[in-house]
Design a protein around this ligand. Structure first.
Ligand SMILES: C[S@@+](CC[C@H](N)C(=O)[O-])C[C@H]1O[C@@H](n2cnc3c(N)ncnc32)[C@H](O)[C@@H]1O
Length: 284
């Protein structure tokens, strides 16, 4: 067995399979064999923190210890990839602003409802839902009497804590258009906060996309953003997450997945539509 730099036995294939199974069952993230080393590196931090000598000890801790639920949450916080930024993937946001918002408003104006509901379903530290809030404010829907709600959720409590603090480094703002920078951010140097107006539109919640018990209260969504998380799931997990998202949406509602993600072979319950040269999925 290989040993890591700090004199610890490496992660054996057997224990890798056991640990990846725990992770997969809990959050749908699938580590193929090619990512074993990545998992080993990320888990090493947890072993150090818990003062455990081997990955086998860690497996037993996760399975039997009284602290196992708390440790599982820390494990998830360690292994998920949280990369995000304000105004990420501009063309999709153009499709949202120029196409989807107008279509939803037009459709709803035919009925009695003057309310638009959005869900950012794997929101990381909050940049995505706050971007959506700024875009809606810029479109002036609130001035025309519309009620706007944005639910933002993630499985990791670390990122949700950061989102609640609402303070961002300059790097997170690197794609933000000048007009939004001036209007919706306060700060200078390295540290920025988002304007109260935008923050007030967003509600943060801890929700695991794999758990129907956690998603079943979410209903009536007009637009869902589930970007850059499906890539970490295998097909079975993608189907589960997309099924829960489907149930949360209004008929005719719009779903954005990441630029490099697709629902091909996952579901036929959405129709791909091209809006402003981006592919958006519409609930049939
Ligand atoms: C790369 S970030 C994407 C953030 C944002 N949507 C974007 O595109 O910029 C992926 C997020 O998915 C979250 N995640 C992973 N598995 C999840 C699950 N089963 N349920 C909910 N969120 C999950 C991670 O915690 C992480 O914050």
């Amino acid at each position: 067995m290989l040993t890591l730099g700090i004199n610890r036995p490496g992660l054996s294939n057997e224990t890798f399979l056991l640990l990846r199974d725990i992770i997969y069952k809990r959050c749908g993230i699938f580590f193929p064999e090619t990512k074993k080393y990545l998992l080993e590196t990320r888990l090493s931090r947890r072993l150090e923190e818990r003062n455990l000598k081997t990955f086998e000890d860690y497996y037993y801790f996760l399975t039997y210890d009284g602290e196992k639920d708390r440790e599982l949450q820390s494990l998830l916080n360690t292994i998920v990839t949280n990369e995000t930024s304000f105004f990420r993937d501009g063309p999709q946001l153009d499709a949202f602003r120029k196409g989807v918002v107008a279509k939803v408003v037009e459709e709803k104006s035919r009925g009695a409802s003057r309310s638009i509901k959005l869900w950012s379903a794997a929101c990381s530290t909050g940049e995505e839902p706050l971007t959506l809030a700024m875009i809606l404010l810029e479109e002036g829907l609130h001035l025309k009497g519309w009620n706007m709600e944005i639910l933002a959720s993630d499985i990791s409590d670390n990122v949700l804590r950061a989102a609640a603090a609402g303070v961002y480094e300059k790097y997170a703002l690197r794609n933000t258009p000048e007009q939004y920078l001036r209007k919706y951010f306060n700060g200078q140097g390295e540290s920025y906060t988002v304007s109260r107006k935008a923050q007030d539109l967003v509600r943060f919640r801890k929700i695991n996309l794999m758990e129907s018990l956690e998603t079943r209260m979410i209903r009536g969504m007009d637009v869902v953003f589930c970007r850059n998380v499906l890539i970490y799931f295998d097909d079975a997990s993608k189907k589960k997450a997309i099924g829960h998202i489907y149930d949360s949406m209004e008929k005719g509602g719009y779903l954005f997945v990441g630029f490099s993600e697709s629902l091909h072979n996952i579901t036929r319950l959405f129709r791909p539509v091209s809006i402003e040269r981006s592919v958006v999925y519409q609930k049939i």
